[in-house]
Design a protein around this ligand. Sequence first.
Ligand code: GTP
Length: 596
Amino acid sequence: IDIKNIRNFSIIAHIDHGKSTLADRLIEKTGSLDKRQMKDQVLDNLEVERRHGITVKAQAVRMEYLYDGVLYELNMIDTPGHADFTYEVSKSLSACEGALLVVDATQGVEAQTVANLYLALENNLEIIPVINKIDLPTADIEKTKSEIENLGLDASGAILISAKNDIGTDKVLEAIIKYIPPPKINNEETLKALIIDSWYDNYKGVVCLVRVFEGEIKIHDRIMIFSNKKEYNVESISVLTPKPKEIETLHAGEVGILISNIKNIDDVLVGDTITLASNPAKAALKGFKKIKPFVYAGIYPTDTEKYDDLKEGLEKLKLNDSSLEFEPEKSDSLGFGFRCGFLGMLHMNITKERLEEEFGLDIVVTNPSVLYKVEKTDGSIIEISNPKDLPEPQFIRSILEPYVSIDVITPSEYIGSVLNLLQEKRGYQKNLSYLSANRCLITYSAPLSETITNFYDTLKSITRGYASFNYEFEGYKPSDLVKMIILINNEPIDSFSQIVHKDKAYAQAREVLAKLKEFVPRQLFEIRLQAKVGGKIIAKEEIKALRKDVLAKCYGGDITRKRKLLEKQKEGKKKLKQLGKVAISKEAFMKLLEPT
Ligand code: GTP
């Protein structure tokens, strides 16, 4: 097909604004599949693939569309939908020349709309505003248009659609052809293809979704990965229509899937460039970086004998998730486990759920922490995520922590509460603007550590669920941070140590101790709880002793019953976690580790 008849685009939207519904309509319209086939075939295909354990990831669909007597090839590239994956979204967008910005007319612009729009603009995409759900009685088209215009985008020509009822979708296809430019290429150059996504397939090894920018890839070509110089043979090339279809060549401007006997997903990271081994490109495509985790936490098996099972689970997840990091770690109170790195809280929670559900593991996840940079008095800089690795205060010149830029969109009546919350989170305001008479966009800069615990839930509750938010990594800034140690009967408990802001240490200490007091059961002896910062006790509590005699209920001398009770108590003790000299149940322990 002639390159001027190719269009590469993404659909960007806030969650639930109708991205998938519109994508389905476009696939139907382009005759790739009719409605009944759509249900039967796509789902059947998925079912079959699922049964064979093949990973399904319909990340890009190639459609053909006849417009004004000319045949067009439309490549629709999917983008991940969450703030934790900004880099991946940006790379998917950089494989396109245009984007459909879908906004729900009953909701208006939301935080994810703004974040995605900015990423699309950074990648120089032609943006087509699409207003969806116009069939609903609460749709407010004029207000939605003016909110889009307040983001700096002309919305006068926005396409009005109901993706669900198939109204206006032909106009969407027409706009893609008319307004999104075809790919630009520089014919003399050798192969340069962008890795948009890569994933692990049990049968085929690592699979890569690529966009060819220069040159072409043919089956059996010997390719080279630009950043690590590793070479592979191209074994198959395919496109999804959305049924998988094998092809021989992927030309400049096109998108497709490569299988090349790659074993390790870390060798083909998103954003890297693929070139030809025999005639490598001189420079890589711009913008590749190896993304580093932002959030760290310890993961431990509740049952210490399940350490190997946990290791196996993490290794299996890692096959398909190059951003997951882990290394063995030992904790005084939790035994052997792993220090794990994640892109954000969502990524952490997904990983935790998968370990529990797919691998049947019973695990404890410790308080998440960010990655700090510590400048030592000898001039060296170390990176730490675990409070126990923080050097003694006399060796520290300064501690830097990661900051994020946060966008919150909220109905104006909640502005006061939202600003208070952001203030509490040690944030400072960068911008506040009205999208419409009663909704505004607030931009703050705040430490990442303050937004990983409880921020989202609190924001939702103070705005009765009406606010949306998005964040983006901003950079490192120095902060007045200290290590807070928690002691139980004079023994420091490492899993409760935290790095906290100096001004917040006292409040934080009170909170942790109150929690301990609530969940640590009374024992036969008195328990002293203390919080220490820099050798000074800043808070203390005590749990009074309790006389507990399991045999108290057994009047008289039935010896077998007594023995049974004693054995039961011993069994019970095995399941307990040891905190200093204090034994505590798993449930209580998990409650204690829940972020405050
Ligand atoms: P995520 O995949 O969760 O990000 O959502 P999405 O943006 O893909 O939204 P999706 O297409 O799943 O639509 C969300 C809900 O809105 C679904 O219940 C759809 O049926 C509904 N919906 C989508 N388009 C329309 C529309 O034009 N009119 C109406 N009434 N409902 C719609």
